[in-house]
Ligand binder design. Sequence first.
Ligand SMILES: Cc1cc2nc3c(=O)[nH]c(=O)nc-3n(C[C@H](O)[C@H](O)[C@H](O)COP(=O)(O)OP(=O)(O)OC[C@H]3O[C@@H](n4cnc5c(N)ncnc54)[C@H](O)[C@@H]3O)c2cc1C
Length: 397
Amino acid sequence: MATTSIFEARCVVIGGGPAGMMLGFLLARAGVRVIVLEKHADFLRDFRGDTIHPSTFELMHELGLLDQFLQIPHQELSRMKYIFDGHVVCMADFSRLPTKCKFMGFMPQWHFLNFLAAQAKQFPAFELRMESRVVDLLRDGDRIAGVRAKTPLGDLEVRADLVVGCDGRNSIVRQLAKLEIKEVGVPIDVVWMHISKRDRDPEQLFGFFARGKGLGLIDRGDYFQAAFVIPKGGIEKIKERGLSALHDDIVALASFLKDRIAELDDWSKIKLLTVQINRLQKWCREGLLCIGDAAHAMSPAAGVGINLAIQDAVAAANVLAVKLKAGTISIADLAAVQKRREWPTRLIQAMQASVHRYTIARIMIVNALRWLPGLQFLTARFIGIGPRPEHVRSPTA
Ligand SMILES: Cc1cc2nc3c(=O)[nH]c(=O)nc-3n(C[C@H](O)[C@H](O)[C@H](O)COP(=O)(O)OP(=O)(O)OC[C@H]3O[C@@H](n4cnc5c(N)ncnc54)[C@H](O)[C@@H]3O)c2cc1C
């Protein structure tokens, strides 16, 4: 008969993405016994966001980890430039931000998560269990009292005072907890692909937009991670038109890719990512809290999702660490995390939704940035630091 291993912790975090790893690290640092369950065997997954914002570098500085963190190979971008209908527009100028790092970093997310995991493992209160896929919640009356997970070695139960769902936009935790979701419609999806990079390529431009079409390019050293925007649900139409039509659309936006676009010679090299913007009405119930994309799925616009997930984790640790350690956590504490983070989330989602939906909003933003360069500092603040920035206040044990 299969056996079930049983563990206990003050907190069990579901999902080892940016939100979960940061929260696990901060709680362990505060001496709270925490177990992070991640369904994959490693962090090595492609097509995840890569951006590290100035505010995340600032948090690393507050944690005394910045020098070490900057040793990880990454690219730095102090001005986020796009081409709109042939005009280069600087969307955000990070160079004058009041932060230690005045740039946005591009670092493969698996390096970032491995770094957080390595730091967290230095604390005895921390445990990371990979290949542990949560399938159910444990209940004690109305209170959520832990989770059940499947692993290659059998079933696992973790009983905890608090379950934190950091399992992303398809969160099973929020689904099992029956937390209600409010969808904010988005009219786009994105197809992702790798396109090789050449020495003579132009300086890094973040995106190319013309005639209602858009292409994002993230520099990953010897290749670009490219994102081509398509109408929502439009992948079958794109496939019907054929690969060469897709090549033409991409080259029409970034002509320097013409000499290598034929690399995309099979649909298996092109992945569809469905874009969602949504948020929970209530982020918590007795014994359970959701943060990051599990509480509010973000679109890739301006690459702010990782930053927001990290900010949620810092806020949650600030509010909860001491009480979790003392075993006095209450629903009011969990609601306080939502209260703190909901307003910045709503503001950023409203910005993302209007940029996706209204051509007029895009044109107004682009023209304002072209004619009033001072605004590039405000957009840098909004994107690079975000509304209501968090600072590490949770204690070190
Ligand atoms: C196409 C696309 C591109 C994007 N690009 C960017 C970008 O460049 N910059 C940016 O800032 N944001 C970007 N975003 C948004 C960003 O990816 C998310 O906002 C961010 O990753 C959220 O972090 P998270 O930790 O909340 O969730 P996730 O990063 O989704 O992490 C969730 C984790 O939970 C694990 N998990 C899921 N289910 C279970 C389970 N049942 N049991 C155990 N573990 C589980 C997953 O394996 C995963 O590791 C992009 C989003 C999309 C859709």
